[in-house]
Design a protein. Sequence first.
Length: 659
Amino acid sequence: MEPRDGRRRVVVDDVQPRVDAGRFPVKRTEGDLVEVEADIFADGHDRLGAVLRVRRDGDDDVREVRMEPLGNDRWRGVFRADRTGMWHFWVHGWVDVFTTWHGELLRRLEARQDIEQELLIGAKLLRRAARSGPDDADRLRSMAKVLRRGQQDEIAGLISSTELLDLANSHPDMARGASTSDIYTVEVARERARHGAWYELFPRSCSPDPDRPGTLRDVEALVPEIASLGFDVLYLPPIHPIGHSSRKGRNNVTTAAAGDPGSPWAIGSEEGGHTAVHPDLGSVDDVERLAKTLDAHGMELALDIAFQCSPDHPWVREHPDWFRHRPDGSIRYAENPPKRYEDIYPIDFETKDWRSLWQALRDVVLFWAERGISMFRVDNPHTKPFVFWEWLLAEVKGEHPGSLFLSEAFTRPRVMEQLAKVGFDQSYTYFAWRNTKQELTDYLTELTKGPAREFMRPNLWPNTPDILTSFLQEGGPPAFRLRFLLAATLGANYGILGPAFEHAERTAREPGSEEYLGSEKYEIKHRAPSEASGMRELIAAVNRIRHEQPALQFDRTLEFHGIDNPELLAYSKRSPDGTNVVLVIVNLDPRHRQAGWTDLRMWELGFEDWRTSFVARDLLSGELFEWRGPANFVDLDPAVRPGHVLKIEHATKGRASQP
């Protein structure tokens, strides 16, 4: 066996961040600092140098960032991903001959050894550096001359100067013993991928007139009101024509009554399929108009992508081979035993005509992207192949950079993670079912501190059209308030099924069910104005705080703090530069008043001295609380408030009291 190049003495190993050894990109958002670390070492005692090299797709230039040693052969370099797109980075390490020479020279001097030959070696290294650095060539040659022929005090002054090392290190010989890592990728998305508040509603339930269904124009009329609550994204369930065959009735009964509108997820009829709009809602032009109105109010429109068809979808007639068939030749409807969806035909991704199928599905997304829609919530992506999503998302983002996709996959953890790896920008989570202090702490720590944080952006939803948890059913309005506060402050991204959540609708279809009684999936709702429950005021206040406090716009800085009551949860977030710190304390018990003493991790709040006095300003109530050190008393009554959202201020300002 032929040996490898034995001159490659440097080892570059364990480069981080990376996902699956570099198979998939890590994820960041525009403006983020990307910290890269690697183990860089070699045999012997030579000193090493290392650079982080970075290139963005579409750019000709390669940036170089000098890496700094952290100790124990670990090195770090940082670059700012200042634009969206695919960024590639790799690490290059080499034997730093000049620094090694200089360090040995100083030790020889300390030992009073002869250094005449060493000075000649140093001069040679400086002349070599002069050839690679024309801007500094004259000064480098002048230094070399001093080492060869200078007076003793002149040589001593040069050797001890910072200029010598600085100038030589500006023109290193990066080839000596060098090794280069594999190339790794960072997918940098626009800021909306990192944080945003989503509001979901059914357009057909937005009519001000109970004698007719709502339209997209009715939704447009609600935009100022929704924007006033501070939401960033308005998400609409499918807006397409709904099939008639096997249409579901109210509460998902198998036989629809006259006038039952059917489920929006039973997509397609004689009026069109995935690129058509239900005529009762309006037209494609109305979708574009709504998107522009939202943009004028600082919001975005997200549409639902549900790749499935009603029996009346044009594709069923035009491409019957895109669906699975029973032995009797009929097409199989969707089932998730014991649930049956007779009004929906799932698509067969193993069809022989899969290429045409994939292209048609891609063209659906491109159709809406070309009309100004850049955000999509994708229904049940875990029931379609990973390779399909990897291809489709790359195709769409290649033509429409800035497109964002939310994965609605309540499934096994590894499946959820794989969907994030292949390109989904955000992911639904198990947050709705994590209720206790330990459950919330463990799960959010996993999402924000574990390996998944490099590729999976969680989006926390306390309710959806399919999810009405027992906690909400049993806890009443206080449960809704505390779950909202948790979602909106634990997560940089969160969402609610808006009207149902604002009204604290909590009646299940049947005992033990998470389905809503009178679900909007199967009927049109006409709601009276919400009662004075304080929910809308809380939503508006928290969303305002989220916009004003950068700390709440990040997930990676989440830290949990101690508190001696299992019904109280304390956690903080800080902005990446550490200048903004928010501490949240929530009462997890919707029925009873709870009190306790905090055990704050003072360094996470920006304090070096654990005994520091500081002010905690409640951004919900405006109250000021003067605290000292980690132990402070908290008392929360769920009938009054679900928790505190406290901005940490280092200097005492005004009078303060205990909460």
